[in-house]
Design a protein around this ligand. Structure first.
Ligand SMILES: *Cc1c(COP(=O)(O)O)cnc(C)c1O
Length: 394
C-alpha cells in the first residue's frame, strides 16, 4: 500500500484524537527515521522525549530479544529478576528509596497522587485533603492526572475532576502560599514544564517549596516524566538544584520505547502511605519492561550520556539563540538541556509541516512554540543539519 492509502485506512479505524502529520513511519536508525516510502528524516522529537538512545541500539535491542525468549510477563504477585534489578538501579540514580512500576506516565502520576492522599489520611483520618498543582502543567490524560493538569481546555469536557485541587503559578511562590492551608497534602509540579511551554522551575522556587513542605509535612511531588532521564544533563532535573522530592514520577525515556513508567518515594512516604492491597497493576514492572529500564540505565552510564547531553545542549542553545536574533518571528528560546523551545509570535504549524517535507521531524508545544526534544545521542553535526533545514522552513 502507498502512504496515502495507509493514512486513509487509519482515519477509518482509529479514533480521531490526534491531528496527525501525514506520514507513516516504518523504521529508525540512530537519529533518523524512515517512512514507508523510504524517505529519510532527521528526528528531533524522539517520540516526544522517549527514544533517548536513538533507534536500533544493538545492546538494547539484543537484551529485549533475549528477554522475550525467556519470559515476557509474570505478575506482581511473584518476584522477577529484571524488576528487582531495575528497582535497584532506579534507586541508585534517583536517591529515592521505594519504586512502583507502571505502564505509562499518567499511571505514575495517578500512583503519586494516591500515595500523597494515603499519607495524609494515615496522619489524621480525614478525607478532604487538597493538592496544589501549577497552571500550564501537564501530567497526563487519565482522570487523576488530568485533575492536576493546569490547562482548563484539557479538563473542561470531562468535569467533574477529582476534587480538592488548587492551582498556583510556577516560579511564583506567593501564589503557592496563597493556596496552602491545613488540608494541603501535596504540591505537584514538573521540574521543567514540557507541554505547557518549556518553562523550567527556578532554583529559588524549588527550594522554597521544599522548605514549605518540610515545615508543614506536605509532600513535594516532582513530575520528571519528560524532563528526567538525562534530558537536562542530569539524570533527573531536580538533581541540578539539590532538592529531593518526597515522591517523583518517571516514564517516557525510562524504557526508551517500551511502555513503562514509575513513581518513586522516600522511605518516609514508603512506610506511611500505600500498603498491600492499596494499589496495583497487571503489567507494571513486568520482566520485558524492566529489562528495558535496566539496559537504558546501563547504557546511559557506559556511553556517558549525561556528559554528552551537557555538551550538545550548550551547542543547541547557542544555535537556537542565533535564530532568535536573526528572525523577527521568533520571540525567545526557553528550556533546559535537550528540552528546548523556540517561542514564536505566530502559530508554528506551517514551519513544522515544511520542515517535515524537507526531512526534519519537529513538534510543537502549544500553538506558538517549536519544541526540540531529540534523542540524547545527537551530535553537533545533527544540530547543524537541523538548524539548516529549520532556516529553510521558517
Ligand atoms: C507525557 C507526560 C505525562 C503523561 O505520560 P503518558 O505516558 O503519556 O501517560 C505526564 N507528565 C509529563 C510531564 C509528561 O510530559
Amino acid at each position: 500500500m502507498k502512504m496515502q492509502e495507509y493514512i486513509d485506512e487509519a482515519e477509518k479505524a482509529l479514533l480521531h484524537t490526534y491531528n496527525r502529520y501525514q506520514v507513516v513511519f516504518d523504521k529508525g536508525e540512530g537519529v533518523y527515521l524512515y517512512d514507508i516510502e523510504g524517505k529519510k528524516y532527521l528526528d528531533f522529537v524522539s517520540g516526544i522525549a522517549v527514544f533517548a538512545l536513538g533507534y536500533g541500539n544493538k545492546e538494547y535491542n539484543d537484551a529485549l530479544k533475549a528477554q522475550i525468549d525467556r519470559i515476557i510477563h509474570t505478575s506482581n504477585y511473584y518476584y522477577n529478576v529484571p524488576a528487582i534489578e531495575a528497582a535497584k538501579k532506579l534507586k541508585e540514580i534517583s536517591g529515592m528509596d521505594r519504586v512502583f512500576f507502571t505502564n505509562s506516565g499518567a499511571e505514575a502520576v495517578e500512583g503519586a497522587v494516591k500515595a500523597a492522599r494515603k499519607y495524609a489520611y494515615l496522619k489524621d483520618g480525614s478525607t478532604d485533603h487538597e493538592i496544589i498543582a501549577m497552571n500550564h502543567s501537564f501530567h497526563g490524560r487519565t482522570m487523576g492526572a488530568l485533575s492536576v493538569t493546569g490547562n482548563p481546555h484539557y479538563r473542561e469536557a470531562f468535569e467533574p475532576m477529582i476534587g480538592n485541587i488548587r492551582f498556583a503559578d510556577l516560579n511564583d511562590f506567593d501564589s503557592v502560599l496563597a493556596q496552602v492551608n491545613q488540608k494541603t497534602c501535596a504540591i505537584i509540579l514538573e521540574t521543567v514544564q514540557g507541554e505547557g511551554g518549556l518553562y523550567p522551575a527556578d532554583e529559588a522556587f524549588l527550594k522554597k517549596i521544599r522548605k514549605l513542605c518540610d515545615e508543614r509535612d506536605i509532600l513535594m511531588i516532582l513530575d520528571e516524566i519528560q524532563c528526567g532521564m538525562g534530558r537536562t544533563g542530569f539524570m533527573f532535573a531536580w538533581q541540578k538544584y539539590g532538592v529531593l522530592p518526597d515522591i517523583m514520577t518517571s516514564a517516557k525515556a525510562l524504557g526508551c520505547g517500551v511502555p513503562v513508567g514509575a513513581f518513586l518515594m522516600t522511605e518516609k512516604v514508603g512506610q506511611n502511605s500505600l500498603a498491600a492491597g492499596d494499589h496495583g497493576t497487571t503489567y507494571g514492572g513486568n520482566p520485558l519492561a524492566c529489562t528495558a529500564i535496566c539496559k537504558v540505565i546501563e547504557i546511559f552510564e557506559k556511553e556517558k550520556i549525561l556528559d554528552r547531553v551537557k555538551e550538545s545542549a550548550a551547542y543547541l542553545e547557542e544555535q537556537l539563540n542565533k535564530l532568535v536574533e536573526e528572525y523577527d518571528t521568533i520571540e525567545m528560546r526557553r528550556g533546559a538541556g535537550l528540552m528546548q523551545g523556540l517561542v514564536c509570535k505566530e502559530p508554528v504549524g506551517g514551519i513544522i509541516t515544511r520542515a517535515m517535507d524537507k526531512g526534519l521531524v519537529l513538534i510543537n508545544a502549544g500553538s506558538n512554540i517549536i519544541r526540540f526534544v531529540p534523542p540524547l545521542v545527537i551530535t553537533r553535526e545533527h544540530i547543524d543539519e537541523m538548524i539548516g533545514i529549520l532556516r529553510q522552513s521558517i
